[in-house]
Design a protein around this ligand. Sequence first.
Ligand SMILES: C[S@@+](CC[C@H](N)C(=O)[O-])C[C@H]1O[C@@H](n2cnc3c(N)ncnc32)[C@H](O)[C@@H]1O
Length: 228
Amino acid sequence: MLDGRLLACAELCNPGRAADIGTDHGYLPIYLIESGICESCIACDINEKPLLSARENIRAAGLEGRIETMLSDGLDSVEPDGITNVIIAGMGGELIRDIISRAEWLRNSRTALILQPMTKWDVLRRYLYESGFEVTKELPCRAGRFVYSVLRAEYTGRQPEHECDLCYLYGGMVSPVTEDGRAYLLRQAERLGAVAGGIGRDASRAAEAEKYADACAKLRQRCEIKER
Ligand SMILES: C[S@@+](CC[C@H](N)C(=O)[O-])C[C@H]1O[C@@H](n2cnc3c(N)ncnc32)[C@H](O)[C@@H]1O
């Protein structure tokens, strides 16, 4: 059974063919085929060891004919033909950004990017915003004690009309209407508050600290409005 993060990734996938970058055990591509969401998948990893475990799990599921395994640094060895989804989950936002930025073909396709950053979500959201990738949906989810958000983006070449402020960089498009959404936003508000507190100790950075504190208050407010 997939954890909440990977289930949310699967929920955001288009039908067709998926490339799962950093597949590790290969559970996600197996699920995508078994649940009928995708016809075929590529399970990629930069390391041999996880790829061996993915191959074993794919063989045990009898899906060798539908899931190809590939040793690849990001998308470097992946042929774009027919790929409708690229999934990059369980990595830091900076690494996800670097993988996307090296794959020029993503700018000439309608491929959906399904991204689940563990850290540096602000770096990733800023990169997508400034590089013409429009985030069309975010799905908050829970795995163990932690809440995450999975982003779905696609290349439009345009910069979105909304602002790219701290509220967006930390809270994204997550809505507080669900329990997971609210928990995610409150956790991100807590992080903004912690940064404000840290920076605030340095008197020369008071204005910057205030911006973080404001964003923290705004995210909290977004949650309160939905409570009424
Ligand atoms: C923490 S696991 C995440 C596994 C799975 N995607 C998930 O979310 O549960 C990260 C995986 O990404 C792989 N990885 C790290 N850097 C990579 C890169 N540049 N290209 C492809 N795979 C990478 C690692 O070998 C590891 O198997």
